[in-house]
Structure formats: C-alpha cells, structure tokens
Design a protein around this ligand. Structure first.
Ligand code: FA5
Length: 355
C-alpha cells in the first residue's frame, strides 16, 4: 500500500507542477487532498496493514499528506504573486500623477456685481435694508407718487398676482415689484417709527430681485436685479447725490472714470437724472459697447419727491434726500462685454465658469 501511496504522491506533485491558474489548483486540491482522495482514504485502510507496520505506515501517510498540503500552499502563494505581477503590469498606476481637481462652485456674476456695489456703499456708511418681492400696488406705485392710471405706469409693465377664488376688484391689487423703490417707503416708515416727531437720518442700500412683464430681448429680461439707494436727512442736497454717486463710480470702474448727469424723469424724484460713466472699455474714444458715444448709462437717480418723503413719515419742510436705482445685470454686461442678457439665467456652465 505504501508503495502505491508513494507513487500517487509523486504523481500529485507532478500534476501540481502543471497547474497554472486558481481554478485548476482548486480541482487539484479536491483530487489529492479532498475527503475522497486516495491518500485521505488510506487512513481507513489501515486495517489491511500488519499491526507492527501500522505506526510506520501511519507516520508516512501523515508526512505525505503534510507535504502535499505544503506544496499546495506554496503553489497558491506563487499563483497569487503571479496574478499581482500581471495586474501591476497591465493596470499601470502612476501614483505620482496629480489628483483630480474637485469642481468648486462659484458666485453668479450678478451676485458678484451686487456684492461689489453694496461693499462700496457700505464703506460710505450705507446699511443694507432688505425689502419684499411681492408688493401691494400701493407700495409699488401709489406711495411713490404714481397714482392709478398715471401714464408713468407704462414705464414698468407689471405682473399682477391673482388670489384664487377672489375677484380682482375685491382686494387691493398685489404685484411682483417692478423696481426696488417701494423699499424706500418701507425703510422710511421703519426708521420714522423710532421717533415720529424727529425721525433719524437714513442711509440704506436695497439690493433685490424685480419683475417686469416685458418683451425679453438681448438687453431686457422679465426678472432681473436692482440696487436701490436712499439717503434722507437735514440739508441733503443735489451735490451730495452727485458726490456720492461719482465717488461710487470711481471705486467701481476705476479712479480716472468721469461721470455725467442728464436730466430725466421719475415720478418719485424731483429733479430726476440719469448718470452716465465714461466708457471704461474705450476710455471715451467710442466703441461698439458705448455705441460710439463714449458714455454708458448706469443708473437713475434724483432728489426724493416731497410727496414720497411725506408718505414715508418725513416732513419735506425739514428733511430732504436723494435716491438712486441701478441694474447689476446691465453693469455686469458693460464690464465684461456680454452681448446678451439672457445668458444670466441660462445656467450654461461655459458662461458661468468665466467669472
Ligand atoms: C427704475 O426702476 C427706478 N426705480 C430707478 C430709480 C430709483 C430712479 C430711485 C430714481 C430714484 P428704470 O426703470 O430705469 O428705473 O430701471 C433702473 C435700472 O434697471 C436700469 O438702469 C437698468 O439698468 C435696469 N433695468 C431696467 N429694465 C430692465 C430689464 N428689463 N432688464 C434688465 N435690466 C433692466
């Protein structure tokens, strides 16, 4: 029996030599070390061996089995190493390559412009006052000296907000604000409430979203932003308006930039102006962006109308003030030479990534 087992052992070793993959190795293990393998069954056949031979034969069978087990483990390890070498060769990994950069979000160009505008006014002592986007007709128009049927309403086509089940003429009309100017009334009333007989002076800026029922074009959106400004106090003059806005323009567009004021009309300011800045793209020489005029319009402004001051709780005999309103999208377009305002809402990463 021992001679037969020695032969099987030699055969198992030479079979193991020929094994080249994990699957064949498993099959080999079942064949030579499994429960039904001849070597394993030999323990059951010990009865055939003369009693005095049994210890020696038993020891030898154990040795053969241990030797096969070791040969198996050595082969398994060799196969693992070979597999690793192959993987390293084929799936080459250069650990010195730089990592993949994580995409970071960034601020929308309009937000950046608004923040810059606000920062400059803050440095001049203005505070941010936040006002609502849904307004009554009263605040958006009437308290700003734009009565019903006033032709100036045509300047700002309006989105009216309907209340389901309620007839339009049963409730005061509610609108999406067409400009940030109704915030002037909210701010004045809030400040005046502190001391109605002697209301404190005001210096606020009001950034926010506005809505107009307009034809969308390359220059006009139906939803855009404005930054409003309001200063109210004793002895505030038109010179203060010019000085403040000119200083803002210099800090915003560069210290050399020149400004000019043109007469204009807004129902809530008197007198009213529009401010142009010298085209900072061509330095006033004339280019397509300034339409060869050398000037860019950036805002509307004026001295707060006495009716508006009174509506806000400020006696126009004792107080005066100036107000202004500007459009950050248009300013962003001018600064970056953006030809079409519709890019701002398109959410196209190729556009947004440039800022
Ligand atoms: C007003 O809205 C006034 N409330 C501004 C004002 C405030 C004047 C305080 C005096 C005192 P206007 O309609 O011109 O004015 O709009 C102001 C700015 O908003 C414009 O200069 C422009 O930059 C921007 N704007 C107006 N309409 C649009 C539009 N459809 N799309 C994008 N920007 C617009």
């Amino acid at each position: 029996m021992l001679a037969e087992l020695e032969r099987l052992y030699q055969q198992a070793l030479s079979e193991l030599d020929a094994v080249t993959d994990a699957q064949a190795l498993q099959a080999w293990r079942v064949r030579h070390l499994g429960r039904k393998a001849p070597l394993m069954q030999a323990f059951g056949r010990m009865r055939e061996v003369p009693a005095e031979e049994r210890p020696r034969v038993g020891r030898r069978i154990n040795e053969l089995r241990d030797a096969l087990q070791q040969a198996y483990e050595a082969k398994a390890e060799a196969l693992r190493q070979a597999e690793l070498a192959r993987a390293l060769q084929e799936e080459r990994l250069d650990v010195t390559l730089p990592g993949r950069p994580r995409p970071y979000g960034r601020l929308h160009p309009t937000t950046r412009t608004i923040r810059e505008i606000v920062r400059i006014f803050q440095s001049m002592g203005f505070q941010v006052f936040t006002s609502r986007e849904v307004e009554t007709d009263e605040y958006n128009f009437q308290l700003l000296n734009i009565p019903p049927h006033h032709p100036a309403r045509d300047m700002q086509d309006t989105f009216y907000v309907a209340t389901p089940g309620v007839q339009a003429d049963e409730t005061p009309p509610v609108v999406l604000r067409t400009h940030t100017s109704p915030g002037q009334i909210h701010a004045m009333r809030r400040y005046a409430a502190q001391d109605p007989d002697n209301p404190p002076p005001i210096r606020v800026v009001l950034p926010g979203m506005v809505f107009r029922y307009e034809q969308i074009t390359t220059r006009s959106e139906i939803q855009f932003t404005q930054v409003e400004g309001l200063a109210v106090g004793r002895h505030i003059t038109f010179s203060d308006l010019k000085g403040t806005l000119t200083e803002w323009a210099r800090r915003m567009f560069g210290p050399q930039v020149r400004t000019r004021f043109r007469p204009s009309y807004f129902p809530f300011t008197e007198p009213s102006v529009e401010m142009d800045v010298e085209c900072f793209l061509c330095g006033g020489q004339g280019c397509p962006v300034c339409k060869y005029t050398g000037w860019l319009e950036v805002l509307g402004a004026g001295m707060v109308h006495p009716v508006v001051l009174r509506n806000g709780g400020y006696d126009p005999e004792r107080y005066s003030g100036f107000a202004f309103g500007m459009g950050p999208e248009r300013i962003t377009m001018l600064r970056h030479g953006i030809q079409d305002i519709r890019h701002f809402w398109r959410n196209d990463a190729r556009f947004l990534e440039q800022f």
